[in-house]
Design a protein. Structure first.
Length: 261
């Protein structure tokens, strides 16, 4: 079956715009991986942030990368931050700001906002998610959500291991095509604490703490590994997509992402 590469490796390096709102640990790992490559398959050409208090300025200065700020709170001028019609205006302005850098891909390295059509229709956008997006229940992805919610869901469901996933961003939360799934992180509950204990309402705080601790560990073995690798492999022409929206890796169709063993 014929498929189209997500990126033509003849055009290397693939130009990446990193979007971030906070500490930017994912962005830093993407840049560090870029610098470790013997052959420069991708290059971060701009760091974009919505938040003037984020760490974007420091990271951009440290690595000599251009910085673009579009302060989202200032843009809204006190209007409802959840108003998606205004968000489209904001994203349209963001496109205008990053377009001079000619990015091929946007990497969401801890970006806090839902994206809208001006960005989604213009760029291929990649995100890393702190759960195994291939797991489904009743035909829907089971571990979706923001922050440590996916880890909480997985732990409560009795999963023995946690994974991170990279995927192509769409207009629906965590619904895009899966590219890479990380190696497993073993779920370890505190001594004397059972799964049934965590299901009790009075232990919600404990559950949140455990989920957050696991998610922080998952960043090290999951997010920080597969996000840079995904960008590298896209840039090297190892991922493709066909007319039926099936994903290929090294010419082989992969139904639920390429899993690292």
């Amino acid at each position: 079956m014929k498929y189209k590469l997500l990126f033509d490796p003849k055009k290397q390096p693939m130009c990446v715009a990193c979007f971030m709102s906070g500490s930017g640990t994912n962005v830093r790992k993407i840049i560090e991986h870029q610098m470790s490559l013997k052959k420069l398959s991708y290059k971060v050409v701009v760091i974009f942030t919505d938040n003037p208090e984020s760490n974007a300025k420091n990271i951009a200065k440290e690595y000599g990368i251009s910085l673009v700020l579009n302060d989202i709170k200032k843009f809204y001028h006190g209007r409802d931050i959840k108003d998606m019609s205004i968000r489209e205006e904001y994203d349209k302005k963001t496109v205008e700001l990053i377009e001079p850098f000619k990015p091929d891909v946007i990497a969401l390295g801890g970006y806090d906002w839902v994206l809208t059509k001006p960005l989604l229709s213009r760029y291929m956008i990649i995100n890393v998610h702190p759960a195994d997006l291939s797991v489904e229940e009743n035909g829907k992805r089971k571990y979706v959500g923001l922050h440590h919610i996916p880890s909480m869901k997985a732990i409560l469901a009795g999963e023995k291991f946690l994974h991170s996933s990279t995927h192509i961003v769409t207009d629906k939360l965590d619904s895009g095509l899966i590219l890479v799934i990380s190696r497993p992180l073993k779920v370890e509950l505190p001594r004397g604490i059972t799964l049934n204990d965590l299901k009790k309402p009075e232990n919600k705080g404990l559950l949140e703490k455990i989920a957050e601790e696991h998610q922080n560990k998952l960043k090290e073995v999951g997010d920080w590994k597969i996000f840079p690798l995904t960008l590298q492999w896209i840039a090297e022409g190892r991922f493709g997509i066909d007319e039926k929206r099936s994903i290929y890796f090294d010419s082989k169709m992969i139904k639920n992402g390429y899993g690292l063993s």
